[in-house]
Design a protein around this ligand. Structure first.
Ligand code: LLP
Length: 425
C-alpha cells in the first residue's frame, strides 16, 4: 500500500490516493456524518504531548493544556487521561474540565476579567492556582476567598515586554497589551499580594504570545522572569513554581517551530545555569497539542469562474473556520481524493455573506462540485471559536483512534440554535 504523510501531519496521509486520518479514510466519514466535519487524531494529540513530556523528563513539571484551543469534552478527556492539568479562562471551561474527568487541583485559571462568581466556583472545587493579572483582581480575589474562609493560591502574570514575533492579535507580552502586570511593578504588587489575608502566593507566570516559531523570545522571556523571581524572593516572598505560559507554534505553511523537547532542552539548560533547575515548572500549551491533529472536511458546492478570480464555494465558512478572516491565517486545503488533470487557481470561500468569508486564497486545485476538501491544521482555535453567524449550526466532530471512529459532538441543528430564544406574546 502506498502512503504519503503530509508535512507536519504524521497521522494524516494519502493511502492509495485517499486521504486518511490514522487508519480511517476521510471520505467515509464525510459520507456517514456529513460536512462540515471536524476530525481529530488521538494519536497526533498524544504524540504532540509526548514531545513536551520528553522535554520535562526527570523534572517537577506540570503540563496544563490551554483548552481554549479546543474545549470539546472528548479532547479534554484525552489530555486528562494522559495526566495533563488545564489552563482555563472561564467558569464554563472549568465546568468542561470537571465534566471530562479532569483534576481540579491541576487547573490554573488565567484571564484579565474573572468575575467574583467564577472565583468562588474555582475556590469551591479547589483549583491549583489563579493566574492573576492586576492589583484590582488580587484585592477582589482575597475578599472572595476570605469570605469563604479560604486562601486562594495565586501567581502573578508578569509582562516580560518581549516581542514574540507573531501576529499582533496573538501577541500578548508587550507593553500596551491588556494582559499581566508590568515587569517594573511586579515586586510591589507581589508584596501587596503577600499581605492580603485571602491569598497565598505560590508562583509566577508569563505569556508572550501564540504561534511562536522561534526559540529566542522564550529564552529572553525566561531571563526576564528569572530576574524577577530573584528580586521577589529577595523581598521576602517565596515563589514555588514558574509557569512559562503558552506552547509552541505549529507548521501551518512551512513554518518551522522547534520541537517541544528541543525547546525545553534549551530552556532547562538556562534554568540550571541560573540555579532554578529544581523549581516546579509549568507550561500551558494549546495550539501545539491539537492544531495539527485536526482537519475540517467540507464539500465543494459550486465552482464560479470570474474575470479576476475563480471561486471555489464550499460548505464550511468563517463561522466554522474563523482564523483566516480574523488573522489572515493560512490553512492548507487538499482534496480527499486526488484527480488526474490540470489544476485551476481558486479563492476557496464559504457561503457567509461577507467578503471576509474566505478559507484560502489563490489555491491550485483540481476539483468538481461534490468533491470533499480537507482544511488542515484545524484542530486548534477553529471549533472552539466557531459561531452561529448567518444562523449556521456548528459542525459535528469525530475523534479517530486507530481504526475506531467516535462521534464526539453531534451536528448542531437549527432547532438547537433557537432553543434559548423567546417570542414576546
Ligand atoms: N496561556 C495563556 C494565558 C494564553 O493566553 C494562551 C493563548 C495560551 C496559554 C495558549 O497558547 P498556545 O499554546 O495555543 O499558543 N485564536 C488565536 C490564538 C489566541 C491565543 C490566545 N492565548 C489563533 O487562532 O491563532
Amino acid at each position: 500500500m502506498t502512503a504519503s504523510t503530509l508535512p507536519g501531519h504524521p497521522f494524516i496521509a494519502y493511502r492509495e490516493g485517499e486521504l486518511c486520518v490514522e487508519q480511517v479514510p476521510l471520505a467515509s466519514l464525510a459520507a456517514n456524518h456529513g460536512t462540515p466535519l471536524f476530525v481529530y487524531s488521538k494519536a497526533a494529540m498524544l504524540s504532540a504531548l509526548a514531545a513536551y513530556q520528553r522535554g520535562f523528563a526527570g523534572r517537577q513539571a506540570q503540563i496544563c493544556y490551554a483548552m481554549k484551543a479546543n474545549s470539546s469534552l472528548a479532547v479534554l478527556q484525552v489530555f486528562a487521561q494522559a495526566g495533563c492539568g488545564f489552563d482555563i479562562v472561564s467558569a464554563g471551561e472549568l465546568a468542561r474540565v470537571l465534566a471530562a474527568g479532569g483534576d481540579p487541583a491541576k487547573v490554573i485559571f488565567s484571564g484579565v476579567g474573572k468575575t467574583r462568581a467564577e472565583m468562588k466556583q474555582a475556590l469551591q472545587v479547589g483549583i491549583g492556582c489563579f493566574n492573576v493579572e492586576s492589583t484590582a483582581e488580587l484585592d477582589v480575589l482575597s475578599e472572595v476567598a476570605s469570605a469563604m474562609g479560604r486562601q486562594a493560591p495565586v501567581s502573578l502574570r508578569v509582562n516580560p515586554n518581549v516581542d514574540p514575533k507573531t501576529h499582533p492579535y496573538i501577541s500578548t507580552g508587550l507593553k500596551g497589551n491588556k494582559f499581566g502586570v508590568a515587569h517594573e511593578d511586579a515586586v510591589p504588587i507581589y508584596l501587596h499580594a503577600a499581605s492580603l489575608p485571602g491569598l497565598k502566593v505560590v508562583g509566577i507566570d508569563c505569556h508572550i504570545g501564540s504561534q511562536i516559531t522561534e526559540v529566542t523570545p522564550y529564552l529572553d522571556a525566561m531571563d526576564r522572569v528569572l530576574d524577577l523571581v530573584t528580586e521577589i524572593e529577595a523581598a521576602g516572598v517565596p515563589i514555588h513554581h514558574i509557569d512559562f505560559g503558552g506552547g509552541l507554534g505549529i507548521n501551518y505553511n512551512g513554518d518551522t517551530p522547534p520541537e517541544a523537547d528541543a525547546l525545553w532542552a534549551q530552556l532547562l539548560a538556562k534554568l540550571d545555569a541560573r540555579g532554578f533547575g529544581e523549581r516546579q515548572l509549568m507550561i500551558e500549551p494549546g495550539r501545539s497539542l491539537v492544531g495539527n491533529a485536526g482537519v475540517c472536511l467540507s464539500e465543494v458546492l459550486y465552482l464560479k469562474p470570474g474575470e479576476q478570480k475563480n471561486f471555489c464555494i464550499i460548505d464550511a465558512a468563517m463561522n466554522d473556520l474563523p482564523r483566516p478572516a480574523m488573522y489572515q491565517a493560512f490553512h492548507h486545503i487538499t482534496p480527499l481524493q486526488l484527480r488526474e488533470g490540470a489544476q485551476v487557481v481558486y479563492d476557496v470561500v464559504g457561503p457567509v455573506c461577507e467578503s471576509g468569508d474566505w478559507i484560502g486564497r489563490d489555491r491550485a486545485l483540481n476539483v468538481q462540485p461534490g468533491d470533499v476538501l480537507a482544511v488542515l491544521s484545524a484542530g486548534a482555535y477553529c471549533m472552539s471559536m466557531a459561531s452561529n453567524y448567518n444562523s449556521r449550526g456548528r459542525a459535528a466532530e469525530i475523534l479517530v483512534d486507530g481504526a475506531q471512529v467516535h462521534l464526539i459532538r453531534e451536528r448542531e441543528s437549527v432547532f438547537d440554535t433557537f432553543q434559548l430564544e423567546h417570542l414576546p406574546a
